[in-house]
Design a protein around this ligand. Structure first.
Ligand code: ADP
Ligand code: MG
Length: 339
């Protein structure tokens, strides 16, 4: 009998891999925003129509790409962010897998315009089914504009699986907020069907948080801030009276990356013990910075799940930092009183 195993052609392999990275318009939003951040942009505009089903566009004023790089960017495992295996342990960028653009180009129609500040002309590219269908020089502002149109146009089963526009828009806003909260030095805007929903001027971390979560938090945030050799923790927790019955406003960032962690969430909740009802949840936006070697962000393609080298230390530290912050703002009785 003849051998029967073959390597899949790139476009099929890309489409299969895309399933993990791009689940819905919001996944593309996250990847494109993170690329703009990694490109050093100071202004990032997100434009969507039909909750991203028709269009997701991200315009940045970052470093742009050369004509060759613009083409390479859409190859799978093509990245400028890591070069060797050791780099995986010192990742400072949001991306590093080199999969996002290849995935987007496998399941949507993509147009990109990009120019480096030092180049006179930019590059325009059109890609469909992972293939470049047009490439030409063009006039363009410095930076990059990527349009992703008709997501899953070639994967009808996926397209049908998308939720209502209201639900998909909610997912997009969530991803937008998670990136915007981590980078108050960057201007962000979100325009949906021609209407600007967010316009976030550069400012302090607190200003950015209040811009996003709403003015009701303005006078109700308690600052959290502790430093050790091992890690820094900073950010804000809402005063106990802002606690709600739902887990809405709870955000954890590790090295500027939004993460989901029931374990660390528990650490904060228990720091509030006795101050809020058993079935209510405090609002918080907490940032942890530590040596990238102490975390593995390569657990899942979307990187929202991470593994800490020593989870228990982080738990104890978070809990202590929040308790300390609450005590200092004399919301909780201080334990270290003098006689
Ligand atoms: P990754 O971000 O993991 O490197 P991507 O597929 O998201 O992989 O992007 C591939 C490469 O394309 C990046 O490493 C970067 O060099 C380049 N790139 C993508 N988006 C931008 C952008 N907005 N501005 C400049 N370069 C970009
Ligand atoms: Mg990326």
């Amino acid at each position: 009998m003849a051998d029967i195993i073959q390597l899949l052609p790139d476009n099929i392999a890309n489409q299969i891999a895309a399933g993990e990275v791009i689940q819905r318009p919001a996944s593309a939003v996250k990847e494109l925003l993170e690329n703009a951040v990694d490109a050093g942009a100071t202004e990032i505009r997100l434009i969507i129509s039909d909750a991203g089903k028709a269009l997701v566009q991200v315009i940045d004023n970052g470093k742009g790409m050369s004509p060759t790089d613009a083409r390479m960017a859409f190859e799978r495992h093509a990245t400028s962010k890591i070069k060797q295996i050791d780099d995986l342990f010192r990742i400072k960028t949001m991306g590093f897998r080199g999969e996002a653009l290849a995935s987007v180009a496998a399941v949507a129609q993509v147009e990109i315009k990009t120019r480096r500040a030092e180049d006179e002309l930019g590059t325009y590219l059109e890609i469909e089914n992972s293939r470049v269908v047009k490439q030409e020089p063009c006039a363009a502002p410095a930076g990059t504009s990527i349009c992703m149109k008709n997501l899953f146009f070639n994967v009808p089963a996926r397209r049908n699986f998308l939720k209502s526009n209201a639900a998909e828009l909610r997912h997009i806003i969530d991803e937008f907020i998670r990136v915007a909260m981590a980078f108050p030095d960057i201007f962000f805007s979100l325009t949906s069907n021609g209407q600007e929903m967010f316009h976030l001027e550069k400012g302090s971390l607190k200003q950015r948080i209040v811009q996003i979560l709403g003015n009701q938090y303005n006078a109700k945030l308690v600052s959290v801030s502790e430093e050790t050799d091992y890690m820094n923790i900073y950010g804000f927790v809402g005063k106990p009276e802002t606690a709600r019955k739902t887990r809405g406003d709870q955000y954890f960032f590790v090295n500027n990356r939004f993460i989901k962690s029931a374990y660390l969430n528990h650490a904060v909740n228990t720091a509030f013990e006795g101050m809020i009802g058993k079935d209510s949840f405090p609002g918080y936006v907490i940032y942890i910075d530590l040596d990238p070697a102490q975390v593995d962000i390569n657990v899942h393609p979307t990187k929202q799940e991470i593994k800490f080298e020593d989870e228990k230390i982080i738990y104890a530290f978070v809990q202590a930092a929040v308790k300390h912050a609450l005590a200092q703002s004399s919301i909780a009785p201080s334990l270290d009183f003098t006689l």
